[in-house]
Design a protein around this ligand. Structure first.
Ligand SMILES: *Cc1c(COP(=O)(O)O)cnc(C)c1O
Length: 397
């Protein structure tokens, strides 16, 4: 199929939900993608924080291929060694004793919501979940309800009840919403879709302390920020807090669909037999991939990528000298460059693409950088030089 035919088929047959870029990807190698015309791009999107090992990582690819030959999928009615090996490793690495394996971020979050409800139902209580404005937790009805997007709420109402929200990073508002009906707080440490918006250290520490003092569960959506993205295995470590529940997906199996809900022993044993489940969740293929990812991370990639993430932060700092760059923020290999409304981020993105760099546009007119954790200093230098070149040309205009 040529590109025109590819686009035509998509336009005719895919449900019209994606505003796709004018780019058709054929293959990946290292930290680069190639389009169908053979053009090469250094990838600072990584399938939205998913392909943390880049493309065709030798150990990962070999592990996945071997597992496909051996066993891909059996029902969760049976045990598999690979699933047990993996959850033991993940529990050891995370300090969370109880794990449920799903297939996506939304599903991991659904599991967390059900777990929270079950936890309180076991005590004869019914509690509300408090989420942040600007949050993104997924696209199922419940995760959409927890997501701070009013427009989508109107489209898909009636929504499940039992959720309410507080103003992002506003501790006074948070405190006022933490009424006795609230059983759990559910948030991202850095709001990804909203334009890489981190909660302040003060907010996080105070919110966490207040929840702990009142017996309110603290849950962190680490779907985007987890698995080394911010320079630690999980972003909550950056704040020195210890949630009761976290959720993972995106990078957890580096491109094979997988999600996970992790909880403390006390919370994670609230479910009763038959309360929750999944056909595909934690199947042999996904567990083998995730097991390889965790080995590679703990075997050195986590540490080396933390250094590269610092480097990226330092290299981007000078961009604030351009008057149309409003803010540069983020942690590790998760960075946002917010542009003034006069320069649409989409235009900036396409100029970078012309220069061989793929970046992503997130909320608040922000260029979002989420490269593979294997990204090199040279590749970062190249991106920053391209950004500077575009900025210099923009100043003249
Ligand atoms: C992407 C994302 C989700 C949803 O994950 P899916 O796999 O698309 O369902 C949930 N929370 C956060 C923070 C995300 O970035």
């Amino acid at each position: 199929m040529n590109f025109a035919k590819i686009k035509e088929a998509e336009a005719e047959h895919y449900m019209p939900v994606f505003a796709r870029d004018n780019l058709c990807i054929e293959r990946g190698e290292g930290n680069c993608l190639f389009d169908i015309n053979g053009n090469k791009y250094v990838d600072f999107v990584a399938g939205i924080a998913t392909n943390i090992l880049g493309y065709d990582h030798p150990v990962y690819t070999e592990t996945v291929c071997k597992q496909i030959h051996k066993l891909m999928h059996v029902s969760n009615h049976y045990y598999t060694e690979i699933q047990s090996r993996y959850i033991k490793k993940l529990a050891d690495a995370s300090g969370f004793k109880r794990i449920f394996l799903a297939n996506s971020g939304a599903e991991a979050n659904e599991c967390a919501f059900k777990l929270i409800r079950r936890f309180f139902r076991n005590r004869g209580e019914e509690k509300t979940i408090l989420t942040s404005e600007g949050a993104f937790h997924g696209r199922t009805l419940a995760t959409l309800t927890a997501t701070g997007n009013r427009g989508q709420h109107d489209v898909y109402s009636p929504l499940p009840s039992g959720f309410k929200s507080f103003k992002y990073n506003d501790f006074e508002d948070f405190k006022s919403k933490l009424t006795p009906d609230v059983g759990a707080v559910f948030l991202e440490t850095i709001q990804g879709e909203c334009g890489v918006r981190p909660f302040s250290n003060d907010f996080m520490i105070n919110a966490y302390a207040l929840c702990k003092s009142r017996g309110i569960l603290f849950a962190v959506d680490e779907v985007q920020t987890g698995m080394g993205r911010t320079g630690k295995l999980f972003s909550f470590e950056q704040y020195g807090i210890r949630p009761d529940i976290i959720t993972l997906a995106k990078a957890i199996a580096a491109g094979i669909p997988m999600g996970a809900c992790l909880a403390t022993e006390e919370v994670g044993t609230a479910f009763k037999l038959g309360d929750h489940g999944s056909t595909f969740g934690g199947n042999a293929l996904a567990c083998a991939a995730a097991d390889a990812v965790l080995d590679i991370l703990l075997g050195g990639l986590l540490d080396s990528s933390a250094e590269v993430g610092e480097y990226l932060g330092n290299k981007l700092a000078h961009l604030s000298k351009y008057n149309f760059i409003v803010d540069v923020r983020g942690m590790g290999l998760m960075r946002g460059i917010q542009l003034s409304d006069k320069i649409p981020a989409a235009v900036f993105e396409s100029k970078l693409r012309e220069r061989g760099y793929l970046v992503n546009v997130a909320g608040n007119n922000t260029i979002r950088l989420l490269p593979p954790l294997t990204i090199t200093v040279e590749e970062i230098d190249g991106l920053v030089a391209a950004i500077d070149e575009i900025c210099a040309a923009t100043c003249v205009m």
